[in-house]
Design a protein around this ligand. Structure first.
Ligand SMILES: [Zn+2]
Length: 262
């Protein structure tokens, strides 16, 4: 298997000189999440710059960090923006660098396959600074358009799958063992009001054995008046919310990807 050692990773821009924005999102904040997932698996050195006060200073600081590490595959995480309509995924590489071109093409194919993003393809450049000025090989990934609702709806659902697909192309086991980049589910612990953010079902008992026949629909609000802790076989502690539906008591899982605390 090809193994492209990821020596540094960074997200572009910073809070002082932010990149693009759209759909209620900021480019550097979304890119940061992707970059964090990348580094969790690859252990790449973080070449992110948080202190540059101009776009140029930001780029120079990033490249200095890249070049302090040297010579393998540097990965730069960005999101595109244009007119709200343009969409899709693309990867930039230095024109003439055959290995980087191959990597860019393979990442485009793999990520677009699992996400459904439009594949805008591998793109050659001699001008993008982090690619031009860095030693070794650098690729710059545009993870969709931050101002495209279509792309960001996919991002919301498929970020982990997208990152894993890119990591697997690079030769990392993106989904295995402790190096999983899947979102960790947390369990809520407070009583009070919750909003359903993913459809679920109410159960008759906190162990969630018997479906009550009542469903929790997205947008519905639930008053949790008691939190019941359940210990799983592997020792994980799960929480269930006790609620009243009319005159009957029902239970629902308090996963943070199902219910949002209000
Ligand atoms: Zn950018």
């Amino acid at each position: 298997m090809t193994n492209y050692i990821n020596s540094t990773s960074h997200r572009g821009h910073n809070a002082i000189v932010p990149g693009a924005s759209g759909c209620g999102l900021k480019e550097h904040e979304v890119a940061q999440q992707i970059h964090d997932k990348f580094r969790a698996v690859t252990k790449a050195v973080d070449a992110t710059d948080n202190v540059g006060r101009t776009a140029n200073a930001n780029l120079v600081n990033i490249v200095n960090k890249m070049n302090a590490v040297g010579k393998s595959f540097h990965v730069s995480h960005h999101l595109n923006a244009f007119n709200g309509q343009a969409n899709g995924f693309e990867v930039w590489y230095y024109a003439g660098n055959a290995a980087a071109k191959k990597l860019a093409e393979e990442i485009c194919a793999a990520v677009c396959k699992v996400t459904g993003w439009v594949n805008r393809g591998a793109k050659a450049t001699t001008s993008l600074y982090v690619i031009r000025a860095s030693t070794g090989s650098a690729i710059l990934i545009e993870w969709g358009f931050v101002d495209s609702q279509k792309d960001m709806d996919i991002m919301a659902k498929k970020m982990d799958a997208a990152v894993n697909a890119a990591l697997e192309v690079m030769g990392y086991n993106g989904t295995g063992g402790n190096s999983t980049v899947a979102k960790k589910v947390n369990y809520q612990t407070k009583t009070g009001f919750y909003e359903v953010i993913k459809a679920d079902t109410f159960y008759c008992e906190p162990e969630l054995k018997t479906k009550s026949g009542w469903n929790a629909a997205v947008g519905q609000r639930i008053a949790v008046d008691e939190v019941v802790k359940i210990k799983g076989k592997d020792g994980t502690v799960y929480t269930r919310g006790k609620t009243q539906l009319g005159s009957v008591t029902r239970y629902i899982t308090l996963r943070d990807d199902t219910l949002k605390k209000l």
